[in-house]
Design a protein around this ligand. Structure first.
Ligand SMILES: C[S@@+](CC[C@H](N)C(=O)[O-])C[C@H]1O[C@@H](n2cnc3c(N)ncnc32)[C@H](O)[C@@H]1O
Length: 441
């Protein structure tokens, strides 16, 4: 009898060998789970990330289903995230026993966001961040639970409907020795001079910005072939190769304007199109490495609201934030946020930030807004008041709002000038600044 559920953990360099041993022995309907931690070098740069392992497994003929995030007991100073890469030998034969791993509903008869129609008495659709909760029965979470390795394996086996005999568990976890402190950064509030500028043009050319002048780039770029931002010539509507070529030009400009000790933070996710994964974050990492930058960290933005992915998958509840630096010695020092009712989970680089549904875009529409809480954290932790921050894809103005609130200077690009009214309306409603403080070009 072949293997129905394969659970592997291996360093990237040995993964190919290990996979080869098992591939021939898989049943046609097998599930494969590859457990991965990001691997770091002595300068605390990521040498191999979970994205490399996804790419390798796909190259070996496995079909990508999803990436599950699990916080783990502190094994190094930072990171402490296990990525469970879920593949199937043949998606058409995918086994997924959703009911066996449903998550507890914490509200009575409604789902998150008070959605009655989504309520299932058997429990919530399972998501791709595994942090079970306890609650007080009145909709309040009292504890976030750190799963043990055995609990994770049991859950994987249950969802694969596999018996002990049909499962292979072959784990060789890596030990990271990364030494990064994550003490809070103390900002010195002085009388700082700030200036704010929004340029309605393509960020493929940032000519008005001087070399080495920006301390931080924070952005969420347009995905390839996903959303329409209502203006022809926007990035995201061309072929994937052309898309990457245009993005490379933006990253090249970001790298040019970045100070030597600065960092670039990019919010992005893997995009699944027609059942096939487009590894946008993997391609960005390679582009940055080719430009001579270093991948220093990957943060997980965990959202309670999720994107449904159909009967044969778990709900998407996270996105990534990739962090690059120009100098490999630049440290990424962030504050400790108490997002979870479990101090051990607060020590990981998983941030639980929920979007305030409906707070923006009622009157003016923008289809892809990220939360100010996310940009606030990054800007507050990585810069001092007065420092220059840039967002090459400003959209509705979120990064600018954070800069106005935190007294950081800002320059941003947005291709569609039609979003100007939305940006102005957000400045007026979310900040105490006068609109004259911001120069629109
Ligand atoms: C994901 S959205 C950014 C949303 C933003 N983070 C927010 O919170 O509102 C991407 C934005 O990139 C803009 N965009 C597309 N092509 C561009 C280009 N070549 N230069 C600058 N902006 C562009 C789109 O119009 C869209 O507003």
């Amino acid at each position: 009898m072949g293997i129905k559920c394969l659970i592997l953990e291996e360093r990237f360099k040995n993964l190919q060998n290990k996979l080869s041993n098992y591939l021939q022995k898989l049943q046609d309907n097998a599930n494969v789970f590859v457990l991965v931690s990001n691997e770091y070098d002595n300068d605390n740069c990521i040498t191999y990330s979970f994205l490399d392992s996804i790419n390798l497994c796909i190259k070996n003929g496995l079909q990508y289903i999803n990436t599950i995030i699990v916080p783990v007991e502190k094994s190094c100073k930072f990171d402490n995230v296990k990525y469970i890469l879920w593949f199937s030998k043949d998606k058409n034969n995918l086994i997924f026993d959703k009911d066996s791993i449903r998550e507890k509903s914490i509200w009575k008869d409604v789902e998150w966001g008070k959605r009655e129609k989504n309520y299932n008495p058997k429990g919530k659709d399972p998501g791709n961040v595994w942090i079970p909760t306890n609650d007080d029965g009145n909709g309040h979470i009292t504890e976030h639970i750190l799963m043990t390795q055995q609990q994770v394996i049991n859950r994987i086996q249950k969802m694969s409907n596999a018996t002990q005999v049909e499962t292979i568990v072959d784990l060789n976890p890596i030990k990271n020795t990364i030494k990064i402190s994550n003490d809070n950064v103390h900002n010195i509030e002085t009388d700082v001079r700030t200036k704010y500028e929004v340029i309605f043009d393509s960020s493929e050319n940032m000519k008005p910005i001087k070399d080495n002048s920006v301390s931080l780039v924070v952005t969420s770029p347009p995905y390839w072939d996903l959303k329409n931002y209502f203006k022809s010539g926007q990035i995201g509507q061309e072929s994937y190769d052309k898309y990457l070529e245009r993005m490379k030009n933006v990253w090249k400009e970001c790298s040019r304007i970045l100070k030597d000790d600065g960092s670039i933070w990019i919010n992005i996710n893997i995009r699944v199109k027609d059942n096939y994964p487009i590894l946008i974050p993997y391609d960005y990492v390679n582009q940055f490495k080719n430009l001579g930058l270093f991948l220093k960290q990957i943060f997980i933005w965990h959202k309670s609201s999720g994107i449904p992915t159909g009967a044969k998958n778990i709900v998407d509840r996270h996105e990534y934030v990739l962090v690059f630096t120009k100098d490999k010695h630049t440290t990424i020092t962030v504050g400790r946020y108490n997002d979870y009712k479990n101090p051990k989970i607060n020590e990981t680089n998983i941030w639980n930030i929920n979007r305030k549904a409906g707070s923006v875009g009622k009157k003016y529409i923008h289809p892809a807004i990220y939360p100010t809480e996310l940009t606030n954290r990054i800007i507050n932790d990585m810069t001092q008041p007065g420092d220059m921050v840039c967002d090459p894809f400003l959209g509705s103005g979120t990064t600018l709002i954070s800069c106005l609130k935190l007294k950081r200077s800002f320059v941003g690009f947005e291709y569609n000038e039609g979003f100007k009214d939305l940006i102005i309306s957000r400045i007026n409603s979310d900040t105490s600044n006068n609109i004259k403080d911001v120069k629109f070009v």
